[in-house]
Design a protein around this ligand. Structure first.
Ligand SMILES: [Zn+2]
Length: 287
């Protein structure tokens, strides 16, 4: 599933191909990926100029100046869901099954949205409505300060892994990078978030930002369907340390990577490098 680095990679790849382009024509093959009125969506997109691309958490935002509207700006918002692909290509590139939307750009290229499992979605919002739409999302882990990061954990009894996955606390993280950051920090995924001390929080804050930046540099992780903005797989799957590596040796100590279920999500970790109890602490009730 695309997380912050994958979405950031898509945005960076698409930006030079889309900014300044006009959407000459639009074909929506699967209206169910559009939230809200399809007519309004088409009316605002067809003929619009793309002014800017950005990312909020796992959302891609394309700022538009619609042809039809005299006033105001709009944003075309795209969420890739689990298997969404949003990429630009030559019009001669074979059209793959599950391509739900094609936009013809003034450059002659095509922008395509493909999503086999159809958990992705898109919609158009007025600029004035953006803040409301994203109000529930927590801060971006690459932009939050360390004191702000620490405040998220105070008094929280939820497992640290669940807190990292909660988009209302911190936006953009999923299973891959939360697992990798906890491993790099030596923190067990089931530790109650509020029990992390300052040194551990410092470690986690640093690891999280480091692994996200490293994954962006590696063009993201392709486990199954994720593709970059020009349709290629990412590269970071070759560098993952624990995610999806149950039963394989830990790259640090050689112990076998374990998996546990937390609130229905799997958490991969090394039982040696990420002990349930902090080192130097007597074993407690949960062992
Ligand atoms: Zn280990």
């Amino acid at each position: 599933m695309p997380e912050l680095p994958e979405v950031e990679t898509v945005v960076r790849g698409l930006r030079p191909r889309l900014v300044g382009q006009r959407i000459r024509r639009l074909r929506v093959a699967e209206p169910r990926v559009i939230r809200g009125s399809l007519r309004r969506f088409r009316r605002l997109l067809a003929g619009a100029r793309i002014l800017r691309l950005s990312r909020r958490g796992k959302y891609i935002l394309l700022e538009l100046r619609p042809a039809a509207e005299r006033s105001g700006r709009y944003s075309w918002i795209v969420h890739l869901g689990m298997t969404g692909q949003f990429y630009a290509c030559a019009p001669t590139t074979p059209l793959l099954k599950h391509t739900h939307l094609v936009a013809w750009l003034s450059s002659g290229a095509q922008l395509r949205f493909r999503d086999p499992r159809r958990f992705g979605k898109m919609l158009v919002l007025r600029e004035a409505d953006l803040e409301d739409y994203f109000a529930a999302l927590g801060p971006d882990p690459l932009r939050i300060s360390f004191p702000g990061f620490c405040r998220l954990f105070v008094g929280r009894r939820a497992p640290v892994k669940s807190l990292l996955l909660n988009q209302n606390r911190l936006r953009g993280l999923g299973n891959i990078y939360s697992s990798e950051a906890l491993f790099l920090s030596g923190i067990h995924p089931a530790r109650p978030a509020g029990t992390l001390d300052r040194a551990e929080l410092q470690q986690l804050y640093g690891s999280l930002r480091w692994v996200l930046r490293e994954a962006i540099a590696g063009m993201g992780t392709t486990v199954s369907d994720y593709r970059t903005g020009d349709g290629r797989p990412g590269d970071y799957q070759n560098y993952l340390r624990v995610y999806d590596r149950e039963g394989e040796p830990c790259p640090r100590c050689g112990a076998l990577i374990a998996r546990l279920l937390l609130a229905g999500r799997s958490a991969h970790f090394c039982p040696e490098c990420q002990p349930r109890q902090r080192r130097g602490q007597p074993a407690g009730d949960s062992g």
